[in-house]
Design a protein around this ligand. Structure first.
Ligand code: SAM
Length: 337
């Protein structure tokens, strides 16, 4: 195998393709209170024992290091992040080491009715809430929880707490909820939310993913544009391509076309799992354990070297569309979406 040149020992986190990584997703728990069919088995997964989870102090120490290495935005995720006890306390600790960080949370919204206020007070800037159907029975089928009303209440609390702009993550699965994309667009217009349609990815614990169930983002946009004409909004480093309504209505539409139009060449994302595994790609087959060195007293300089090494070796892109694609052993909830 070709040996890579040594990584730079200072400056931003950079890989051999010149991409700078400055966006970190931290999974604070592998547990979830939903059982979405495209993510987890009905019976759940074997949860990590508490001793294997990074503590608040360990998570904060690592975040502090990442901030020093140039990370500018943090997404707190899971599992379901709101089921981690005392989450507002952890957010306050995160805010302490990253006063200028853009901190957002990705949640299923189930517990936001009581947590949105405390999370905003502790330092969360904005929320992304997952919602795959606006129909109660279908929502219940897809998440295996009859909780649409709770999620809608959670969204209202998020608005009241100022966790804006609110984004909605909607995974679109052919034959399941693809008939709702125009309804979701109407909802975006009525609420001002940005609804982001995510292509179904091969990251489900049941390994039931099939290409035929992926609804291409282009088809989603065409369906919406035929009813509510869209215009492209300016592009940022976000994975979503964003569109506004041409008639000036509030709200926005985003598409995350990870399968049909991968955006790996501009990927700036890094992930830390709840037990301290550092991943440079959602689909990575390798990860770097940071917990063991952290617990055996590694210095920040030593941890920095591990992190720089891993980022330097980030691959050019995921292999979903290649014949040699191998689904990672971990499902989305264990990685931290
Ligand atoms: N529990 C939180 C939530 O519901 O947003 C955070 C974690 S969840 C794993 C993050 C996002 O990943 C959710 O929007 C979820 O719908 C999405 N997701 C899970 N499995 C997926 C898959 N196989 N393909 C595409 N998106 C998926």
């Amino acid at each position: 195998m070709e040996t890579l040149p040594a990584h730079p020992s200072s400056g931003p986190l950079i890989d051999t393709f010149g991409r700078v990584a400055d966006d970190l997703r931290i999974s604070v728990t592998d547990r979830c209170n939903f059982r979405c069919t495209y993510c987890m088995p009905a019976e759940g997964l074997t949860w990590l024992p508490r001793s294997e989870l990074l503590t608040f102090e360990e998570l904060t120490q690592l975040l502090s290091l990442f901030v020093r290495l140039g990370v500018r935005s943090l997404k707190v995720t899971g599992g379901e992040p709101t089921v981690r006890a005392d989450l507002p306390k952890l957010i306050r600790m995160f805010r302490g080491v990253g006063p200028d960080l853009d901190i957002s949370i990705t949640t299923n919204g189930m517990l936001l009715d009581r947590l949105a206020g405390p999370l905003a007070e502790a330092g969360v800037d904005r929320a992304t809430v997952s919602c795959d159907s606006l129909l109660r029975h279908r929502f219940a089928e897809m998440t295996r929880r009859d909780a649409l009303d709770r999620v809608l209440a959670g969204l209202r609390s998020a608005e009241d707490a100022g966790l804006a702009p609110i984004k909605i993550n909607t995974v679109v699965i052919a034959g399941t909820n693809d008939d709702e994309v125009v309804d979701f667009a109407g909802w975006a217009r009525a609420t001002g939310y940005e609804v982001r349609f995510i292509e179904y990815m091969p990251l489900d614990a049941d390994h039931a993913w099939e290409r035929a169930k992926v609804v291409p983002a282009a088809r989603i946009l065409d369906a919406i544009d035929a009813i509510y004409p869209l215009e492209a909004a300016s592009q940022s480093a976000e994975p979503a391509s964003t569109y506004r309504f041409a008639d000036g209505a509030p709200g926005a539409i985003g598409v995350i076309a990870s399968v049909t139009e991968p955006f790996c060449d501009t990927c700036n994302r890094l992930r830390l799992t709840a037990e301290g595994a550092f991943r440079t790609c959602l689909f990575a087959l390798d990860e770097t354990d940071l917990r063991e060195p952290l617990r055996s007293g590694a210095s920040d300089d030593e941890l920095e070297t591990l992190i720089r090494d891993a980022v330097w070796q980030k691959w050019s892109g995921h292999r979903i569309n290649h014949p040699d694609f191998v689904q990672p052993a971990r499902s989305m909830s264990m990685i931290g979406g």
